[in-house]
Design a protein. Structure first.
Length: 158
C-alpha cells in the first residue's frame, strides 16, 4: 500500500459514527490528555463484539486486520495496519501485573469523552482506569507514563 498522510480526526470520527465501543488507550490517550509523549501507533480497547464494526470503520483508511473477528476474539487482540498501526485489545477484562483486574464494561461505563476536533470525539478510560491499563504490561515506558498520569491526577484531572 502507498503511504500517505493519516487523518487522525477522520479516523476517530469514523469509529464514533460506526458506533464502536472503543476506548483509546496507550500513549495516544496520554497525548489526547495533553501529556508530552511520543508514539508511532494507536491502541484501542474494544468491546469484544465490536471487532467487525472497527474493521469496517478502519477500511476506508486502508487499515486491514491481521485476523478476522472470530479469530481475533479468541486471541484477545489483533492489529489493523498499513503504513499506520492500530493495536486492538478485545479482552472482556485484563489483569494487571500486580494482581488487579479491569473489565471493559466497567471502564466503558466510566469513560471520558474528549473533543479532538470540531464535531469529532474520542472515548478514553477515566484517569484511574487509564492508570490501570498502564499496569497491564508495566513495561519501562508504561512506568514512565504512570508517573505522568499520577501527576495529572494529583492536579485534580478526572
Amino acid at each position: 500500500m502507498e503511504g500517505g498522510e493519516f487523518d487522525e480526526a477522520a479516523f476517530f470520527g469514523a469509529i464514533e459514527r460506526a458506533g464502536v465501543r472503543a476506548l483509546l488507550i496507550g500513549r495516544q490517550a496520554l497525548i489526547a490528555l495533553g501529556l508530552p509523549v511520543m508514539t508511532a501507533d494507536y491502541d484501542f480497547w474494544l468491546h469484544a463484539d465490536d471487532a467487525a464494526l472497527m474493521n469496517h470503520a478502519a477500511a476506508p483508511f486502508g487499515l486491514a486486520p491481521n485476523y478476522p473477528p472470530d479469530v481475533a476474539r479468541g486471541r484477545g487482540r489483533y492489529v489493523l495496519e498499513n503504513d499506520e498501526r492500530v493495536d486492538v485489545l478485545l479482552a472482556r477484562s485484563c489483569a494487571t501485573v500486580d494482581g488487579g483486574q479491569l473489565a471493559f464494561d466497567d471502564a466503558w461505563a466510566r469513560r471520558v469523552v474528549l473533543d479532538v476536533s470540531p464535531g469529532v470525539k474520542v472515548a478514553l478510560p477515566c484517569l484511574d482506569d487509564l492508570i490501570t491499563t498502564k499496569r497491564f504490561a508495566a513495561r519501562p515506558k508504561d512506568l514512565e507514563d504512570l508517573r505522568a498520569l499520577q501527576a495529572l491526577r494529583s492536579k485534580g484531572k478526572p
